[in-house]
Design a protein around this ligand. Structure first.
Ligand SMILES: Nc1ncnc2c1ncn2[C@@H]1O[C@H](COP(=O)(O)OP(=O)(O)OP(=O)(O)O)[C@@H](O)[C@H]1O
Length: 250
């Protein structure tokens, strides 16, 4: 579903690459946490999957397409397969909940009839059935994030990318958002979530990919926010594979 082959991403005027020879594979239906310190490369990783950035070296395959060969004309069509959610919701303040979600379908040319059916369905799914005429400023942070998720999934994307979706929410509200993301994942959508939320990662026990300075230093199934492995003295991060955990290789 997503494959990175020795991907390096360097930005102009930044001597240190944001991603450095990253190779990994994410399969259909997986739920993956991307963790690592601020600046370790998580957002760059997500932007590369979306083809918002190009790798400086290496190749990226998403949904069977080699992104390097995808013409800019085809990028909007490619992106219809991906939903994106951000920490700061990014809703349109002048539009109602219904219109925020409907807008994403209008821009890709969906019919009025389709929109009238799909939007109430997805708002119900995210728990906002009664709020379609509200404006974003009339909603709590958690509700605003539910609108953003509804907008991201209304076109049934194969992949949902979430960049710190609980970063602005309290723990109880975050838990509700995670239940929703789990439900979306159970429906078959591959979910990749960048996060600093230790409690969520530790509780959910999903695949964890950890970045340090643009390199993958850990890739564990059912991992925690921090590795459970005892580092082997003298080997540092190279020896962090936990006993009893299965590493995931590309
Ligand atoms: N557009 C850009 N131009 C130059 N350097 C950039 C750009 N975007 C990111 N970087 C640099 O790339 C590195 C990785 O940044 P990135 O935003 O991917 O990290 P992150 O893990 O998502 O951080 P955070 O957790 O703070 O969101 C950082 O050193 C950052 O300064």
């Amino acid at each position: 579903m997503i494959r990175f082959d020795t991907v390096t991403k360097s930005y102009p005027r930044n001597p240190r690459p944001a991603l450095n020879a990253v190779s990994m594979e994410i399969l259909k239906g997986e739920f993956v946490f991307l963790v690592g310190a601020s600046g370790s490369g998580k957002s760059s990783f997500l932007r590369l999957v979306l083809k918002e950035e190009k790798p400086s070296k290496g190749q990226i395959h998403v949904l069977g397409q080699q992104l390097g060969t995808l013409s800019s004309r085809k990028v909007p069509y490619f992106r219809r397969n991906l939903g994106v959610v951000f920490q700061d919701f990014r809703l349109l303040p002048q539009k109602t909940v219904f219109d925020n979600v409907a807008f994403s379908l209008q821009v890709i040319g969906k019919s009025r009839g389709f929109i009238q059916e799909a939007v109430p369905d997805v708002l119900k799914m995210v728990g906002l059935a009664g709020k379609s005429n509200r404006f974003p400023h009339e909603l709590s942070g958690g509700e605003q994030q539910r609108v953003a998720i509804a907008r991201a999934i209304v076109n049934k994307p194969a992949i949902l990318l979430a960049d710190e979706p609980t970063g602005n929410l309290d723990p109880a509200t975050s838990a509700g958002i995670m239940t929703l993301l789990e439900r979306i994942n159970l429906g078959g959508t591959t979910v990749i979530m960048a996060t600093h939320d230790v409690g969520i990662v530790d509780q959910m026990k999903r695949r964890v990919i950890e970045l340090t300075d643009g390199r993958i230093v850990r890739d564990e199934r059912q991992g925690g926010y921090q590795t459970q492995a005892v580092p082997i003295q003298g080997f540092g991060l190279a020896g962090t594979q936990a006993a009893g955990t299965e590493g995931v290789s590309a």
